[in-house]
Design a binder for this molecule. Structure first.
Ligand SMILES: *Cc1c(COP(=O)(O)O)cnc(C)c1O
Length: 369
C-alpha cells in the first residue's frame, strides 16, 4: 500500500477545479499579445482605482503578517452594510468561506443539499468533508427559470442527516436567480438546525426588484449565512478576499475553523478602499447591464438560445458544436468557458466584456458559427 492509498478516499476521488484558461497561456501558445478572456466572470473594467491606489503603500510592509482580525475591513463593511462586525467572517475569497462552512458542519455521517448545475465548489467542499451530496434536479428548460434552482425539489431532499443547504443567487454557471418571496418561503420551511448558505457572489450586479435583501433576514434566521466577494464587481479576484455574514454565534464558529491569516494584507487594504469607490461600482454595474443587453440582442439576432442571466455572464446554447466553437474562438484569441463539467456540454459560458471585447467576440463568432 502506498502513501497515496492512505489518503482519504473522498480526497482521492475529488476532481480538481478546472479554472478558465489563463490569458498568458493562450498568448504564449498563439504567439499573440491581445487575447480576450471572457471566461472567469472577472470585471472587464479592471479593479477599483481607489483600491489600486492603496496597494503601493500596503506593499511596503509585506514582511509583516496581516491583521488576523481584519479590523479595518470589517469596520468599513459593517458601516456599509449596517451589520455588526462580529457577524462578518473574512475568507481567502468566498470559496474559502464556503470551505469553512462545510468543515464546520459536514462529516461522513451528514448530507448537504444543492441544485444540479449549482456552483462547482459546493460539491467539492462537501466531498472533501466526506459528506454526501444530495443534488436536486433543476427546473425544466421550458420553465420560467430554465436550469434554475428548484427549491421545492431541494426541500424534498432534506433528511435528518442534512446539515447544509447551498443556494447560489444568482447561480453560476446558469445566471438564474431566486425571488425574495421564493427564497424567504424556503428559508421558513427549512428546520432551523440546518445551515442555509446563500451565495451572493454577484450581488452588486443584480438590478431586479424581486431580488432578496437577505441581510434583513439574519435576525429572523439564526441558521442563515450569506456569502459575498470582492472578486467580481470590485475586480479584486487576484487578491482573494470574500466574506460571510451570519449570526455572531456562527461567525464565532467560523473564526475558530479559519486559518489565522487567511486574508492577505494587500487584499485587506484594497478591499477596504474598494468599499469607498461607489463610482467604480456604479460604472461596473451600468457597463455590465449594457453589455448583457448587447449580448442578448446579438444572440437573439443569430437565433441562438441562452439562459437569461442576472450575473455578469451569459450561458449560451451552441448545441453539439460548443466544443468546436470553444476551440475555434481560442484560435482567434478569445477565451470563453466550457461548462461540460457541470453537465451542460451544449452550452458555453461567456463573461460580459467591454464594448470593444464584445465587438471582437461577435466578429469571431460570426466567422466560426
Ligand atoms: C465567482 C464565484 C464565487 C467567488 O469566488 P471567490 O473565491 O470569492 O473568488 C463564489 N460563488 C460563486 C457562485 C461564484 O461564481
Amino acid at each position: 500500500m502506498s502513501v497515496i492509498d492512505s489518503a482519504l478516499l473522498q480526497i482521492r476521488q475529488l476532481q480538481p477545479y478546472s479554472p478558465g484558461k489563463p490569458i498568458e497561456e493562450l498568448e504564449r501558445e498563439l504567439g499573440i499579445s491581445n487575447a480576450v478572456k471572457l471566461a472567469s466572470n472577472e470585471n472587464p473594467l479592471g479593479c477599483s482605482p481607489l483600491a489600486r491606489s492603496v496597494l503601493q503603500q500596503a506593499s511596503e510592509h509585506i514582511e509583516l503578517y496581516p491583521d488576523a482580525n481584519a479590523y479595518y475591513l470589517k469596520q468599513r463593511l459593517g458601516q456599509k452594510l449596517a451589520i455588526d462586525e462580529n457577524q462578518i467572517t473574512i475568507g481567502n475569497g468566498s470559496n474559502d468561506v464556503l470551505d469553512l462552512i462545510a468543515r464546520s458542519f459536514l462529516d461522513a455521517s451528514t448530507e448537504a443539499v444543492f441544485s444540479r448545475y449549482a456552483f462547482m465548489v459546493y460539491g467539492m467542499v462537501t466531498q472533501a468533508c466526506g459528506a454526501t451530496a444530495k443534488i436536486a434536479d433543476a427546473l425544466d428548460r421550458d420553465s420560467d427559470s430554465p436550469y434554475g434552482h428548484d427549491l421545492e425539489a431541494m426541500a424534498k431532499l432534506i433528511t435528518n442527516k442534512t446539515r447544509v443547504v447551498f443556494i447560489a443567487n444568482p447561480n453560476n454557471p446558469t445566471g438564474t436567480w431566486l425571488s425574495s418571496d421564493a427564497l424567504r418561503a424556503f428559508a421558513e420551511a427549512v428546520p432551523e438546525h440546518i445551515a442555509i448558505v446563500v451565495d451572493e457572489a454577484y450581488f452588486e450586479y443584480v438590478e431586479l426588484e424581486q431580488y432578496p435583501d437577505t441581510l434583513q433576514w439574519l435576525d429572523r434566521f439564526p441558521n442563515l449565512i450569506v456569502t459575498r466577494t470582492f472578486s467580481k464587481i470590485y475586480g479584486l479576484a487576484g487578491l482573494r478576499i470574500g466574506y460571510a455574514l451570519s449570526s455572531p454565534e456562527l461567525c464565532d464558529l467560523f473564526n475558530r475553523v479559519r486559518q489565522p491569516f487567511n486574508g492577505n494584507s494587500l487584499g485587506l487594504s484594497a478591499a477596504r478602499a474598494a468599499l469607498d469607490d461607489d463610482a467604480f461600482v456604479d460604472r461596473s454595474r451600468r457597463g455590465n447591464a449594457a453589455g448583457l443587453q448587447s449580448m442578448q440582442r446579438w444572440f437573439e439576432q443569430q437565433g441562438i438560445a441562452y439562459i437569461p442571466s442576472a450575473g455578469n455572464f451569459l450561458t449560451v446554447r451552441f448545441g453539439d458544436s460548443s466544443e468546436r466553437i470553444y476551440q475555434d474562438l481560442l484560435q482567434r484569441g478569445i477565451i470563453v468557458r466550457p461548462v461540460a463539467n457541470y453537465g451542460i456540454p451544449e452550452f458555453l459560458r461567456i463573461s460580459v466584456g467591454t464594448e470593444d471585447q464584445l465587438q471582437q467576440l461577435y466578429q469571431a463568432l460570426g466567422a466560426v458559427l
